[in-house]
Design a protein around this ligand. Structure first.
Ligand code: SF4
Ligand code: FES
Length: 238
């Protein structure tokens, strides 16, 4: 794969063709704050916290570094006044949306933002609409049991029609990846409950410890072509 040379904060850096500005900044160990970026997921540019300024003054503009591809000779500023102002605005909006979310409080404080000029609709809201759960379900698990429903300001993550999803396998990956622990997930007496649906956990046929919901084991069996019996024994007992 070829490389392109670009200028980041006045320093020339060579980055692989097809990589993003965020990846290029990391070659210089620069700290760019992100909320919706995950190295294993396709970037979608939801949070806009990773903005950087590109181009030559006075014709510069802000772009999401997590989605913008490197370009030969591009001039990039990662911490200009314009960039910091934009990031503070994003954090002010998020502070208003999720005033109790520790992650947002910390990210905001790191940029000197301690309060917001914007109105809080729901003081208990914790979802920052990063989309990590939806993308994990779709791209990693491969079932698309949840999605972003409605448009702003009522946007939220939900199952279709907020009913138990027919395709959810109860794997809990969405809850695991959520940076704010928003997705209700419980396990009690061999039952995992998630997205308003109960999943009976299968106990290992050898040691009796719980493995995963049957729906998840059956899904693995379908994906791999293995008989489901192979997954009825936990890894330690195989
Ligand atoms: S539920 Fe969690 S992972 Fe999903 S969008 Fe909200 S904050 Fe992000
Ligand atoms: S990390 Fe780039 S838009 Fe969220």
């Amino acid at each position: 794969m070829g490389e392109v040379s670009l200028l980041i904060n006045g320093i020339y850096v060579k980055a692989p063709v097809g990589s993003t500005l965020l990846e290029a900044t990391r070659l210089l160990d620069l700290e760019i704050p992100t909320l919706c970026h995950h190295p294993d997921l396709k970037p979608e540019g939801h949070c806009r916290l990773c903005v950087v300024e590109i181009g030559e003054w006075p014709h510069t503009r802000l772009v999401n570094s997590c989605t913008y591809p490197v370009e030969k000779g591009l001039n990039v500023q990662t911490h200009s006044d314009k960039v910091l102002e934009a990031r503070r605005l994003v954090l002010e909006l998020l502070l208003a949306r999720t005033p109790k979310a520790e992650l947002i409080q910390k990210s905001a404080a790191a940029l000197g933002v301690t309060e917001s000029r914007f109105k809080t609709e729901d003081p208990e809201e914790l979802c920052i609409l990063c989309g990590l759960c939806v993308r994990t379900c779709r791209e990693i698990v491969g079932v698309s049991a949840i999605s972003m429903s409605s448009r702003a300001p009522d946007k939220q993550v939900a199952t279709p029609f907020k009913e138990p999803s027919e395709v959810c396998i109860g794997c809990g990956s969405c809850a695991f990846v959520c940076p704010n622990n928003v997705i209700p997930y419980t396990e009690k007496n061999g039952i995992r409950t998630i997205w308003g649906q109960d999943f009976e956990l299968v106990a290992c046929s050898a040691c009796g410890s719980y493995i995963a919901p049957l729906a998840q084991l059956e899904y693995w069996a379908r994906l791999t072509g293995d008989p489901v019996e192979r997954y009825l024994v936990c890894r330690n007992c195989r």
